[in-house]
Design a protein around this ligand. Structure first.
Ligand SMILES: [Zn+2]
Ligand SMILES: [Zn+2]
Ligand SMILES: [Zn+2]
Length: 386
């Protein structure tokens, strides 16, 4: 009995983050704080000319450096020690805190081989963002206080709104700028735009902009309406037009076949729970689909990763990049307020913390089948089948 699941494979995204953006938007003032002079970096000559993020992708490297990179760092505090990052799950810690944590399941490497919390950036000394405060300041100056997207998004009817800058947040792995759009004078927000500068998946840095459409008046979990992914390259920006991807939900059925005889201890077994002492999960999972689009998106062989403590239920499988298809991960996206079920998700990043803009498909398991039970069944199939 091979486990099967229905998956919704979307063009781009699906799942959690919406709850925060919706609430944040509701907390937004009806009018922004008084506008600063038109920033020099904004397209010239205009009341709110259409805006492109491409030219600013070069800021992403420094944004990653200035983001929160250790549990001992808060939005205002910075560790004095160099940063280590797991090349697999992308978790980061400073050298001091790393000494107190079990890290043998991770592959920790220095973020800056040259050493120090900010590496070579610290020596730059050009006042252009060596410290988080300076960087937030320079990002604020570079970004307009009000913007419209370059083009309305195809077929979505969104993107024509005027967005106003709400705030800049120094977050984990990224510095985020939040914009909000109101329908009219004093009206409720109709859209939010969250723009993350920093780490992008497991390969480098870039800008990820995620647009949420609040005009439907729905509350709670909101899927992204569209996303823009700009990879940072050699440090410069790009003058190409921003290519926004509108998220479209579509359903497909996926098959999951475990590699027979290749299993490892489950999360509950590793935790020492006696009832689950013998429980195993599949080390290798072959994912397929008769739906061509779904198969090309998420099909292939996924291998369980060693990282523990940073992943939910120690559940992290990776499909290596090959033949034009990018690396893909299968992991558990937890229900953040613990009121709904956790979800298994395919994403182009190894961590759920990067948000729904990176989710490619979310598994819809059968009703009343929790994720752990589904993984257990797949592990059993690896033992008994074949
Ligand atoms: Zn750096
Ligand atoms: Zn790791
Ligand atoms: Zn630390």
């Amino acid at each position: 009995p091979h486990a099967a699941a229905a998956a919704a494979a979307a063009a781009a995204a699906k799942d959690e983050v919406g709850e925060s953006s919706a609430e944040e938007a509701e907390a937004a003032p009806p009018h922004p704080p008084s506008a600063a002079p038109e920033p020099a970096a904004a397209p010239s000559g205009a009341e709110h000319k259409r805006f492109s993020f491409g030219p600013f992708v070069g800021l992403a490297g420094r944004a990653q450096c200035c983001s929160v990179l250790c549990t001992c760092e808060s939005s205002g505090d910075v560790s004095q020690h160099g940063i280590l990052r797991c090349s697999c799950c992308q978790a980061t810690l400073c050298g001091m805190c790393a000494a107190h944590v079990q890290l043998e399941s991770h592959t920790m490497l220095p973020l800056h081989p040259e050493g120090g919390r900010f590496g070579a950036d610290a020596a730059a000394g050009d006042g252009d963002g060596a410290t988080p405060e300076e960087f937030e300041g320079s990002l604020r100056r570079a970004m307009p206080d009000a913007l419209q997207l370059e083009e309305p998004l195809a077929g979505s009817g969104i993107g024509t709104e005027l967005f106003r800058l709400l705030r800049v947040d120094r977050d984990r792995d990224a510095v985020r700028i939040k914009y909000v759009s109101h329908g009219g004078e004093g009206a409720a927000p109709v859209a939010t735009l969250s723009v993350a500068f920093g780490r992008m998946g497991a390969a480098g840095v870039g800008i990820t902009a995620t647009l949420y459409d609040l005009s439907g008046g729905k509350r709670g979990l909101l899927p992204p309406a569209a996303r823009l992914v700009l990879r940072g390259g050699g440090g410069g920006g790009t003058s190409n037009a921003d290519e926004w991807e509108v998220c479209e939900e579509r359903a497909a059925t996926l098959s999951f076949e475990p590699e027979h005889g290749d299993v490892s201890s489950s999360y509950r077994s590793e935790m020492g729970l006696l009832d689950f002492k013998e429980e195993v999960v599949a080390n290798k999972i072959h994912v397929g689909s008769s739906d061509t689009q779904a198969a090309s998106l998420v099909g292939g062989t996924y291998v369980r990763q060693r990282c523990r403590g940073t992943t939910v239920f120690g559940a992290l499988w990776k499909r290596e990049a090959a033949g034009g298809s990018e690396a893909m991960w299968l992991f558990v996206n937890p229900d953040v307020d613990r009121t709904g079920p956790d979800h298994l998700v395919f994403g182009t990043t190894p961590t759920y913390r990067d948000g729904r803009a990176f989710h490619v498909a979310e598994l819809r398991l059968r009703p009343n089948q929790p994720v752990l039970e589904w993984l257990h069944a797949l592990g059993q199939a690896a033992l008994t089948d074949g």
